[in-house]
Design a protein. Structure first.
Length: 464
């Protein structure tokens, strides 16, 4: 969606481009944040979008380019040609450059890579060599580093010299002669210290790190846990190889959250914006799960067939199936959603399964008792208003109430333990989607309902 400011500018920018007033276009775009300028370019027609992008200075064009969608980036590369595109990509931050080249068709990426300077090519290739979902793909090698034996004034001079090219100067990283990280310092500590004092005098040697091979979700958790704007990334020897910053982590957090929500909805993650997904891909990503759930629902037919005789004798039980089963599906889905999020935020570990089970057992029983009371009265009310005609409403109400207690308690256990089991097996807990839990509860809940009804009612209650 285009921001209000960008939306207002689109017609004006289009008119200026058609009038060949390129200087005015450049000045207008330069007053906007890179994200808003990118939205203006995306909103323009294809030829005008390329023309608007051409008028930007190369360094500013690189910032705007990194904010564009992969599809728009590819279109601009095609329009601008390899040579001009490579100059823009050269100015991008290394992590953004690597992400772009990874998403481009291989032939296009090879042409662009060949035109980069040797140093940019080396840095980009290093990042690309890390696994796709790793911290190494997010990190940038542009940061300020100092030595412990330097004076604070030397550190400040270093910041002034290299800070313009750094991704951030909020944090300065202290390394030894072997390049190993030994501390990180907030810029505030350096600026407020005596310029003549040594850097090691303001060090506390307490720092947190990521490794380049870590999953990017670990970077999201650590950034949130320690409330940092940047985290150092080290290799297996402790050598500082880059940093990840909060803006990259924010993008990852949004992607991961979106992916989890889509999986919880009972489908594969789309992996790209909704309107960019092809119809074939949409059907495949949604249809596979729907087909699986459809097949699983056959189990409910089997349960109904198994208790067909009971239903024929106590037909009124069939009227309350939706009421009873929905309690299990809703409760199980709640528990699954809570646990998936808790695992994602690292609030719960798989090792805490016993504690979670005990907590959910008590919670499920309490919720079951509450809903069972409502279920008991629902049977009586349905009988009084004529929705159902039951010869022994009290006994049927008890059967429904007891069934609800057991089903809801069982549902909380299934919904809470399934995500933990998936995490322990190394799978994504979000796979325990709410439709999956609801389907499991349909099958098991029906079985519980009819077994309890047989125990309490036998064949004594019938419709009138």
């Amino acid at each position: 969606m285009v921001s209000p400011t960008a939306n207002l500018l689109v017609p004006d920018i289009a008119n200026l481009l058609e009038a060949q007033a390129y200087r005015e276009v450049r000045d207008a775009l330069r007053t906007l944040p890179a994200a808003d300028a990118a939205e203006v370019i995306v909103a323009l027609d294809g030829p005008l979008a390329a023309l608007a992008f051409r008028v930007l200075p190369r360094d500013e064009a690189a910032d705007v380019f990194s904010e564009l969608t992969p599809e728009t980036q590819e279109q601009l590369i095609t329009t601008l040609g390899d040579e001009r595109s490579s100059r823009v990509i050269e100015e991008m931050d290394p992590d953004d450059r690597a992400r772009l080249l990874d998403e481009l068709p291989s032939e296009v990426a090879k042409h662009i890579m060949a035109r980069l300077t040797p140093e940019s090519r080396r840095v980009t290739q290093t990042i690309l060599n890390y696994p796709v979902e790793s911290v190494g793909r997010l990190m940038t090698p542009d940061y300020v580093r100092v030595r412990p034996d330097w004076s604070v004034q030397q550190a400040i001079d270093q910041i002034r010299r290299w800070g313009h090219d750094a991704e951030t100067i909020d944090w300065v990283f202290v390394i030894d002669q072997r390049g190993q990280l030994i501390d990180d310092l907030p810029i505030r500590d350096i600026l407020l210290s005596d310029p003549a004092s040594a850097v090691d005098s303001i060090m506390d040697s307490e720092f947190v790190t990521l490794t380049a091979a870590d999953d990017r979700e670990e970077a999201v958790r650590m950034m949130g846990r320690y409330d940092r704007t940047a985290l150092p990334v080290v290799d297996s020897r402790g050598v500082l190889v880059g940093i990840v910053t909060f803006d990259d982590i924010a993008d990852v957090a949004e992607e991961e959250f979106t992916e989890d929500l889509q999986k919880l909805g009972g489908m594969e993650a789309l992996g790209e914006p909704y309107l960019n997904v092809s119809y074939g891909s949409m059907i495949r990503k949604r249809g596979v799960w729907l087909a699986l759930l459809f097949v699983m629902q056959i189990g409910t037919i089997g349960v109904m067939g198994l208790f067909e005789g009971m239903i024929s004798r106590v037909a009124v039980l069939a009227l309350f199936i939706p009421l009873v089963i929905s309690c299990g599906g809703n409760t199980g889905s709640q528990a699954a959603t809570i646990l998936v999020r808790a695992l994602s935020l690292d609030e719960v570990s798989p090792g805490a399964w016993a504690r979670v089970a005990g907590r959910e057992l008590i919670t499920g029983f309490g919720l079951g008792v509450l809903l069972s009371i409502l279920g008991f009265f629902a049977v009586s009310v349905a009988n009084m208003v004529g929705f159902a005609h039951v010869e022994q409403p009290a006994r049927v109400g008890v059967a429904v109430g007891v069934s609800v207690v057991v089903i809801v308690t069982w549902a909380t256990m299934v919904g809470s333990m399934l995500p933990i089991l998936l995490r322990r097996l190394g799978l994504d807990p979000a796979t325990s989607s709410t439709p999956l839990v609801a389907t499991l509860m349909d099958v098991s809940g029906l079985t519980i309902y009819f077994l309890i009804a047989i125990a309490i009612l036998g064949g004594s209650a019938t419709t009138s």
